[in-house]
Every structure is written in C-alpha cells, then in structure tokens.
Design a protein. Structure first.
Length: 53
C-alpha cells in the first residue's frame, strides 16, 4: 500500500517505511523504527535529504 500524506502522525501510525519527496525528488525509504520525527521533519525541509535519483 502507498500512503501519501503530510500528516506525520497518520504516517507513523500506518506505515512501516517512510520516504520524503523534496523538490520533485524521492528520498531513500527508511524503516520507521530507524528514523526520528525530527529527522523526517529535517528531510521535509531539505536538510540532510538523501536520494539515489
């Protein structure tokens, strides 16, 4: 299943992996257990964003 949302609480409740789209690029997917809310927020703002594309 693919879930697209800007509601972080919803994503954390529903998903086992997360990726972020920033400036048209999709980040690498990371297991929810391996990333903090703060890191996800930084990726959403472009800080530390990592993409293989």
């Amino acid at each position: 299943m693919l879930v697209i949302s800007e509601d972080l609480d919803e994503l954390l409740a529903l998903c086992d992996r997360i990726g972020v789209i920033y400036k048209g690029q999709l980040s690498n997917f990371v297991p929810i257990a391996d990333i903090s809310r703060e890191q996800i927020g930084r990726w959403m703002g472009g800080d530390g964003f990592v993409s293989d594309q």
